[in-house]
Design a protein around this ligand. Structure first.
Ligand code: PBG
Length: 324
C-alpha cells in the first residue's frame, strides 16, 4: 500500500512530531466570580470546582493560576440585589466590587493580565446587558454607561476591557472614552460574535443575572446565523477592537474558523459555563473522562483557529499540561 497514514500515529514520539496544534497555558484565560466579604468561597452548584470568591480568595486563586502559567483571568462580579438598579449605576463606581478586585489583583500580581467584562447584566435589576426602556433594550442610552464602566475598570488597572453586551457601536464608544481618559494602552477584547445561547445557564446562576423578563435575542446573535458574524467582525475591526471573540465555543467552531480566515486580529473563543457543566455532570455520573474531554475540547478550539481560550477548566488543563 502506497499510503499508510497510520505510520505517523505509530508511537507517542512520532505523534508529537506530527502534531499540528498545541495547547499551552499561555493561551488560557481563567474566568472567576468575585463577591463581597472575606475568606468566602461560596460554591456554584452547576459549576463544580468554581465558587463565588471574596477578593482575598480571588487573589489566592489567581496566584495559583499564575504559578501554573495561565495567561490571564476574566472577572465577573456578584452584585448584591440591593445594589442593582435599572441603569446598573454601581458599575462605574471607583470603589465598586469589581474595581476593588482589579486593584487587589494587580497589586498582588502585576504581571497577570486582568480582563473585565463590560455589560450591565451583573448590575442591572432587569438582568439585561443594556438599559430596558418601554419594554425594549435601548442601544444608544446604554453606550455611555458602557463607556463609563470601561473607564472605571481601566482606572482600577484592567489590562483588557471586554464588552459582552452586543450593543451596536459599543467598541467605538468605549475606545473614544478610554482615549479621552488617557487609557491609550488599555485594549478592547470584543465579544464580537456572541450568540443568544442557552449554554450560559450556569453563569447566570452564579451571578443571579438571568433576565427578569424576556430574553436576550434582540441583541445577542441568532444561533442560526454565520454570515452575520462576519458583519460584526468587520464593524468591530473598524471600531478599534484589539481582539475578537466567538462565544460559545464548541457549538461554534465554524465561526472560529471563519474569523481566523477573515481577520489578522487575535481570535478568542469562550468555552462557556454550560459547556463546562456538561463535562462535569457527565463525569460525575462516570459517563465521561473529564480530564481527557476537557483537553480534547480545548484542543479542538485551538485547531479551529482560536488564539486565546476562556475556559472554566483552565486551571485543570494547566495542571494536566504541567503533568505532561
Ligand atoms: C454577560 C456575560 C455572559 C457571559 C459572559 N458575559 C452571560 C450572558 O450574556 O447572559 C456568559 C459566560 C458563560 O456562560 O460562561 N454579558
Amino acid at each position: 500500500m502506497l499510503q499508510r497514514p497510520r505510520r505517523l500515529r505509530a508511537s507517542e514520539g512520532i505523534r508529537r512530531l506530527a502534531r499540528e496544534t498545541r495547547l499551552s497555558t499561555d493561551d488560557l484565560v481563567l474566568p472567576l466570580f468575585v463577591r463581597e466579604g472575606e475568606g468566602q468561597a461560596d460554591p456554584i452548584e452547576s459549576m463544580p470546582g468554581h465558587a463565588r470568591l471574596s477578593i482575598d480568595r480571588l487573589v489566592e486563586t489567581a496566584r495559583g493560576a499564575a504559578s501554573l502559567g495561565i495567561g490571564g483571568v476574566a472577572l465577573f462580579p456578584v452584585i448584591d440585589e440591593a445594589d442593582k438598579d435599572p441603569r446598573g449605576s454601581v458599575s462605574s463606581k471607583p470603589d465598586g466590587l469589581l474595581q476593588r478586585a482589579v486593584r487587589a489583583l494587580k497589586q498582588a500580581l502585576p504581571q497577570m493580565i486582568v480582563i473585565t467584562d463590560v455589560a450591565l447584566d451583573p448590575y442591572s435589576s432587569d438582568g439585561h446587558d443594556g438599559v430596558l426602556l418601554d419594554g425594549r433594550i435601548d442601544n444608544d442610552q446604554t453606550l455611555p454607561i458602557l463607556a463609563d464602566m470601561a473607564v472605571a475598570q481601566a482606572e482600577a488597572g484592567a489590562d483588557i476591557v471586554a464588552p459582552s453586551d452586543m450593543m451596536d457601536g459599543r467598541v467605538r464608544a468605549i475606545r473614544e472614552a478610554l482615549d479621552a481618559a488617557g487609557h491609550l494602552d488599555v485594549a478592547i477584547g470584543s465579544y464580537c460574535a456572541k450568540y443568544a445561547s442557552a449554554f450560559y445557564g450556569p453563569f447566570r446562576e452564579a451571578l443571579d443575572s438571568a433576565p427578569r423578563a424576556g430574553d436576550k435575542k434582540t441583541y445577542q446573535m441568532d444561533p442560526a446565523n454565520a454570515r452575520e458574524a462576519l458583519r460584526e467582525l468587520a464593524l468591530d475591526e473598524a471600531e478599534g477592537a484589539d481582539w475578537v471573540m466567538v462565544k460559545p465555543g464548541l457549538p461554534y467552531l465554524d465561526l472560529i474558523r471563519a474569523f481566523r480566515e477573515h481577520t489578522s486580529l487575535p481570535v478568542a473563543a469562550y468555552h462557556v459555563s454550560g459547556e463546562y457543566a456538561m463535562l462535569r455532570a457527565a463525569a460525575e455520573r462516570g459517563w465521561l473522562d473529564y480530564d481527557a474531554c476537557l483537553l480534547e475540547s480545548l484542543t479542538a478550539l485551538r485547531r479551529a483557529g482560536a488564539d486565546v481560550i476562556f475556559s472554566y477548566g483552565a486551571l485543570d488543563a494547566a495542571r494536566l499540561l504541567a503533568a505532561g
